[in-house]
Write a protein that binds this ligand. Sequence first.
Ligand code: 3PG
Length: 213
Amino acid sequence: MTPAEQSLKAAEVCSAAPVVPVIQIEDAAQAHGLATALVAGGLPALEVTLRTDAALDAISAMADVEGGIVGAGTLLTPTDVKAAKAAGATFGVSPGATDALIKAAEDEELPLLPGAVTASEVMNLLERGYTVQKFFPAEAAGGIPMLKGFSSPLPQVRFCPTGGISLSNARNYLALPNTICVGGSWVVPKDAVANGDWDRITKLAREATQLAA
Ligand code: 3PG
């Protein structure tokens, strides 16, 4: 798969719903219920961050949830990419981008949403064929004005801003012409996951789907 093809796949993932939940999960036993709750609420694309020991098992457990599109986030190294792919992730997300990481994602044919935050980073990724990128950490890095600033000189790049996004500011991001979706952890509060409060998660997911309206 060429980087441009990878980026098209990442665009498909981002187009599935206005919000990609950013999941940090401590217990893989919760994974299936959590993914089912999010998909039921209308958020099929799920990013499980590789920040916990349970993350890879969680990805495997989520992979058979009907309608789900399960990816791995916080990919930092080629080892992460291989492990994510082996666990069943169908896309990857990284906070930034390195040559080694990009090469690994291409070698493993794992569609990648690579992170960028400056015009040069965006241009470097674009040069390699990545027309869909994660803008991270969105709020800290300049938020909506920054994305607006990119839209004139770099209209061919679309973003998934992530980091500091919530129900209160997501709509303003989604109104930008170069924002394809947003990523956020607000739809998966830690206590709701720990308590298996799937009704609350489904309600939050449903609320998030309304952002596109
Ligand atoms: C993260 O790295 O944790 C993600 O960007 C999610 O950020 P958020 O918790 O601000 O939504």
